[in-house]
Write a protein that binds this ligand. Structure first.
Ligand SMILES: Nc1ncnc2c1ncn2[C@@H]1O[C@H](COP(=O)(O)OP(=O)(O)OP(=O)(O)O)[C@@H](O)[C@H]1O
Ligand SMILES: [Mg+2]
Length: 226
């Protein structure tokens, strides 16, 4: 059985001289994708010159004003509330400019405002590996298919359902929702999205189960990998 530490050589193995590799991490809302990506990037970079960058799919959320115009504000987080084509284009650019001189800026997602913010995530010219993570990397419909084709490998982050829901409610509360609002959102729109994502699990190159569920963020240890 593999552990978290085995993921580091697997990520390193995706890189090739003269090109930039892109690793995707997919998984349901609250499954631990961002936590896992941050940890991988931190551990791969170590204390030297950063060569691994973290680009979240979340930066491609459409802004509330545009969701309002489209009549989709009430299901923010669904696949058609993201700029999937823009995400695919950025991933392509990250690949094509592997030997470029410019910093490539990706948008980030501001959790208090719940809005995307352009120019938040710098990918330096020296980044040889990009770790990107989000719900719909394996969806395969519309522009999401182009997203998948830009990725060298996709790992699927799976966490026990009860634990995933508990964490998601806690996070919504942390960012300002009441307990009732948080539970309603997690059982409603979040769950529809979670079901969609769960159906893409079998397309992953690797399924990470209980990671990081069995271990706290930043620690190494238990957890299993299929
Ligand atoms: N190993 C862990 N132990 C305890 N809490 C964790 C662990 N991993 C993640 N969490 C917490 O669970 C919540 C969800 O984790 P995270 O944000 O990494 O998930 P995500 O898959 O990126 O979610 P989203 O799809 O909403 O962006 C966060 O509040 C995070 O701090
Ligand atoms: Mg996240």
């Amino acid at each position: 059985m593999l552990t978290h530490d085995d993921l580091l050589p697997r990520a390193r193995a995706l890189t090739r001289p003269g090109r930039r590799a892109i690793l995707g991490i997919a998984g349901a809302p609250g499954s631990g994708k961002t936590t896992l990506a941050e940890r991988l990037v931190r551990e791969l970079n170590g204390t030297g010159e950063p060569w691994v960058a973290h680009v979240p799919m979340d930066g491609f959320h459409l802004a509330d004003a545009e969701l309002e115009r489209l009549g989709r504000r009430d299901r923010k987080g669904a696949p058609d509330t993201f700029d999937a084509a823009g995400y695919a284009a950025l991933l392509r650019r990250l690949r094509e400019e592997a030997d470029g001189e410019d910093v490539v800026y990706a948008p980030g997602f501001e959790r208090v405002l719940e809005q995307p913010v352009a120019g938040s995530v710098p990918v330096p010219p020296g980044a040889r590996l990009v770790v990107t993570e989000g719900n719909y990397l394996l969806l395969g419909t519309g522009a999401w298919a182009r997203v998948r084709s830009e990725l060298d490998a996709v790992w699927f982050c799976e966490t026990d359902e009860e634990e995933r829901i508990r964490r998601l409610v806690a996070r919504h509360e942390e960012f300002g929702k009441s307990h009732e609002e948080a539970v309603a959102w997690v059982r409603g729109p979040d769950q529809d999205n979670a079901d969609l994502v769960a159906a893409t699990r079998d397309r992953a190159d690797l399924v990470l189960r209980g990671l990081p569920g069995g271990v706290g963020p930043g620690r190494t240890g238990a957890g299993s990998v299929d």
